[in-house]
Design a protein around this ligand. Structure first.
Ligand code: SIN
Length: 317
């Protein structure tokens, strides 16, 4: 039996179309079906080393990503991973919330095979679109026997789900892994791992949640920024509104404006889970601040929010 690479489409700029010939901005994301995207790329079947199977999970601009799409995507990934003929999965996704989806999947999927997200910064109708090469690279990575876990590839660079972040609104290489650097590269269809070896996939912390995702509402978790002039009123308002958790994007090494700190103490006393992440895009906080708050384990605020929602879902089960 021939092995398969499954390509799950969710929309994004990679599937975007503009009415203005060749435009790189001002297009509409999520317009072209995943089958059509695959059909337009010569050599894709060869890169897959077997057959390609396309499935449209959603057709959205990823700024509008929601919990139903996340649940469906995670569950379809799990179903395909369980098929012994599937060698790997590719997900076409918008760039804007790709890192959140990647982190969600890394937390719920036991991915002994590669699950590779990819995207584009230019729509499919651009003069020189980046999507086709990214998709070709993603298929090569999904077919790579040493690859496993949730990965992403764009502009030839391979990143892991934990570190990857979109760092630029326009550049074709818009993603970065900060201090850790990339996991590898895809060069002319060949995967070259940084440090000469494939990274191991981390154990998912919340694999048990997979069947229940999509069955009920997700806990409400909001992100609050500590900044000059913070007054904490937003936190009080969230607590009154029944928020389940708050991730605070703190200054530097986890410090908080004193007014915000007082409001967060009131939130904790009211039973709200609070996690502290740094608003610095690089590095990792050292646990120097008072232990009143649980830190976000080095995650960015948006990924800390995903983790906290999953944690609250786990305890609510
Ligand atoms: C999106 O995130 O769906 C739109 C922007 C992009 O893919 O670059």
């Amino acid at each position: 039996m021939q092995r398969k690479i499954v390509v799950l489409g969710t929309g994004g700029t990679i599937a975007g179309r503009s009415d203005v010939a060749g435009a790189n901005v001002g297009y509409t994301a999520g317009q072209i079906g995943v089958e059509q995207l695959l059909a337009a790329i010569p050599g894709l079947q060869r890169a897959a080393g077997g057959s390609l199977v396309a499935e449209q999970i959603a057709q959205i601009d990823s700024k509008d990503m929601d919990f139903d799409v996340w649940a469906r995507l995670a569950q379809r990934c799990a179903a395909h991973l369980a098929d012994p003929l599937v060698a790997g999965i590719v997900i076409t996704h918008g760039t804007d919330t790709l890192e959140e989806t990647a982190w969600l999947l890394a937390n719920v999927l036991d991915a002994a095979k590669p699950v590779v997200l990819t995207c584009a910064m230019r729509p499919a109708t651009a003069l020189v679109p980046d999507g086709p090469q990214n998709l070709l690279d993603a298929v090569a990575l999904a077919a790579e026997p040493t690859a496993r876990g949730v990965l992403m590839v764009a502009a030839g660079v391979v990143h892991g789900a934990r570190e990857v972040a979109k760092v630029h609104p326009l550049r074709l290489d818009a993603f970065d892994s900060g201090d850790t650097g990339p996991l590898g590269w895809v060069e002319a269809g060949q995967v070259r791992w940084a440090h000469g070896r494939a990274p191991q996939a981390a154990q998912p912390r919340h694999a048990g949640l997979l069947p229940v995702l999509g069955r009920g509402p997700w806990p409400r978790v909001e992100i609050v920024l500590s900044h000059a002039g913070s007054d904490g009123l937003l936190v009080d308002w969230l607590v009154q509104g029944g928020v389940g958790g708050i991730v605070v994007a703190a200054t530097g090494n986890g410090t908080l404006h004193q007014a915000l700190e007082a409001a967060l103490a009131r939130a904790v006393a009211a039973g709200v889970a609070v996690r502290v992440a740094s608003r610095c895009p690089q590095g990792r906080m050292l646990d120097l601040h008072a232990a009143a708050w649980q830190d976000a384990d080095g995650l960015s605020p948006v990924k800390a929010r995903v983790s906290l929602m999953l944690e609250l879902l786990s305890v609510g089960r």
